[in-house]
Design a protein around this ligand. Structure first.
Ligand code: AKG
Length: 321
């Protein structure tokens, strides 16, 4: 068993994601304050965007799509943004985006050669191939490794981020004000010594994202993902229907039984596929990353929203330390 962290700075992210409700909320207060300081409009969004009436009202504000059509060629070929957005409106997810081989191989090469930061902590820096050794060195289990802003040094990743299809889909779905709000790449690692606290992190539970009023996330697998490599799971239809209980709580993560009872087990879609597989979803719908049991998973996310992006969250850095 690996030792529990001894560092004086408590693992706020672990508490925030795993303690009791009160502890979880209080552990996030420094982050909330930073968010409000950076962007005062964050607070009404954070309080109200979880409720269906306010969300629906916000969707009515969507600006028309600019008349000038994007004509630059896309790496995804001839897929049509409007058709993809129509499917997103219906189910919350569209599956069927495939990265060209040279692009996903190049991003994967970059991600292997570039040190990542474990468990969202900048002091846990290591190369993915040294994961086991890093767990020994830092004396703790490490479930994720983010590249944060380093991803922008990878031309292939920037080409995905700037691909015109992504913006076209985002505009058709979110409205004319759609803008890029996140670009991140990260590893999910199998670990023999994950604690209960690690495993109950919100991203391993069904949760919804609340970084903006209206959002869209493109996900791309950069490694082969089967049942044992931590596939992403999305609950179809959950972007439009929400139990009152799940609208009125401060928490975004909820137990699987509550979600599957309400939406039906058939609505949960487990996404597996070879490197290059991509899909786009409305992250207000319930989703989660399952635990990588045997094989590491390398993933890229490009997120769009309608408000000014948060500088810190842009590359997935969640909690103030
Ligand atoms: O790792 C995953 O598949 C899920 C990521 C996620 O939950 C998120 O981006 O909100």
């Amino acid at each position: 068993m690996l030792a529990t962290p001894k560092s004086k700075s408590k693992d706020l992210e672990a508490i925030a994601r795993s303690g009791g409700t009160f502890r979880r909320i209080t552990a996030r207060i420094p982050t909330y304050l930073a968010d409000v300081r950076e962007k005062p409009t964050w607070l009404p969004m954070f309080l109200l965007a979880r409720t269906m009436p306010f969300r629906r009202a916000h969707w009515l504000l969507a600006k028309p799509i600019p008349a000038v059509k994007i004509t630059a060629p896309s790496m995804f070929g001839t897929l049509d943004g409007q058709t993809i957005a129509a499917e997103l409106k219906r189910t919350g997810i569209f599956v069927g985006l495939t990265l060209p081989d040279d692009i996903h191989r190049e991003i994967a090469r970059f991600a292997k050669q570039t040190p990542c930061f474990g468990n969202f902590e900048r002091k846990l820096e290591f190369l993915a191939e040294e994961h086991e050794e890093a767990e020994r060195r830092f004396g703790r289990s490490i479930l994720s490794g983010h590249h944060y802003e380093r991803v922008l040094d990878c031309k292939a990743a920037v080409a995905v981020q700037n691909d015109p299809l992504l913006l076209e889909v985002a505009r058709h779905y979110l409205g004319g004000e759609a803008k890029l709000i996140t670009t991140r790449t990260w590893w999910s690692f199998p670990t023999k010594a994950a604690s209960e606290a690690d495993l109950s992190r919100a991203s391993f539970k069904y949760h919804f994202d609340l970084d903006d009023w209206r959002m869209l996330k493109f996900f791309f697998y950069l490694s082969d993902v089967d049942e044992n490599a931590g596939p992403h799971v999305y609950v179809r239809g959950s972007h439009q229907r929400r139990r009152l209980k799940h609208q009125l709580t401060m928490l975004v993560g909820h137990p699987a039984e509550e979600i599957l009872d309400y939406y039906g087990a058939d609505s949960a879609m487990t996404l597996t596929g070879p490197a290059g597989t991509g899909f786009v979803e409305d992250p207000f719908g319930f989703h989660m990353g399952s635990l990588a049991r045997q094989t590491p998973r390398l993933m890229m996310e490009v997120g769009f929203g309608v408000s000014k992006p948060s500088k810190r969250r842009y590359h997935g850095e969640p909690v103030i330390r």
